[in-house]
Design a protein around this ligand. Sequence first.
Ligand code: UDP
Length: 354
Amino acid sequence: MRVATVIGNRPQFVKAAAVSGPLRARHEEILVHTGQHYDEEMSAVFFSELGLPEPDHDLGVNGTGNSEQTAAMLAALAPVLADATPDVVLVYGDTNSTLAGGLAAAQAGIPVAHVEAGMRSFDRRMPEELNRVLTDHLATLLLCPSAVAANNLEHEGISAAVETIGDVMVDVARLLAAAVHERAAVLERLGVTSGEFLLATAHRAGTVDDPARLAALVDLLAGLDETIVLPLHPRTRERLRRSGLEARLGDRVLVCDPLGYLDFSALLHHARAVLTDSGGVQKEAYLAGVPCVTLRDTTEWVETVQYGWNVLVDLDLAAARTALAGSPPAERPDVYGDGHAGERVVAALERYFG
Ligand code: UDP
């Protein structure tokens, strides 16, 4: 079987790392990097840390608005897929690279397999929600991380070729949990102590593109009385610089560049709690048993809220304070799989396209 994998941004490098190993053990993989994330901090470090093979094609598409970026990816993908003639195109998650990979394949008559199918925030203002819904409706094989995700697809009338396989990020998180827990250098470098700081991330358009919401984010972080480590996503860094709001974060917020997977996970394991608008980070906090405060009013990872490990506060400082004052629940069921989702992706691909 020949599989063309289309990836392009940070969380997709983590997801693809769980599948690429078992896939390449028996099949041919052609790795296509769209270029959506392209520098050392947002791309290369993940390839080296997670053992992801060098891309066979780097399309170099980045830095424009959603429509232009997706269109440029489609144009660049068409000849690559025509030349590679894969049996299936494999896409992950909910980014412009996901939609472009899925649509370019469907237009070329190549079947599409979507990993992380069925996730929904039910908020169509999010570009990610549009990408998820459209990719699921293009896909031939839909691989869901949870029963809730499979149920969402059924409600949309998609029931053929849906499998619940667990979450591929769990594979990576479990494999590296012990190593990242021991990784103390990043805490020393930042001058923070295990259990005595908060870890924050924010990058979604809905959080940082609107100046009023960006100001609310800054005021929320500055208004908490604890040390906060804030590795800045390039989009957020640029918005803060343009608005001149960075100084308002104050001394308790330790701003740093985006971190590699290992350093970021080390901080996550040792944080007292996490504040984030990221999908992956909500789930990784749950897996690590670290309470999460989500800076949105919806989530796709509903189980984290259901089991009391995650509270949705949007950008409300008082709600964040209340959430951070709570104590974590005793129970943390394994709702996202057993750490073998990557092997199940390969097995499903073999059944449908092998
Ligand atoms: N991550 C990282 N370094 C950082 C911030 C996040 O390695 O400085 C990782 C994080 O552990 C998770 C992934 O990036 O695996 C999440 O990516 P992101 O928040 O950009 O995207 P989302 O999950 O919201 O789609």
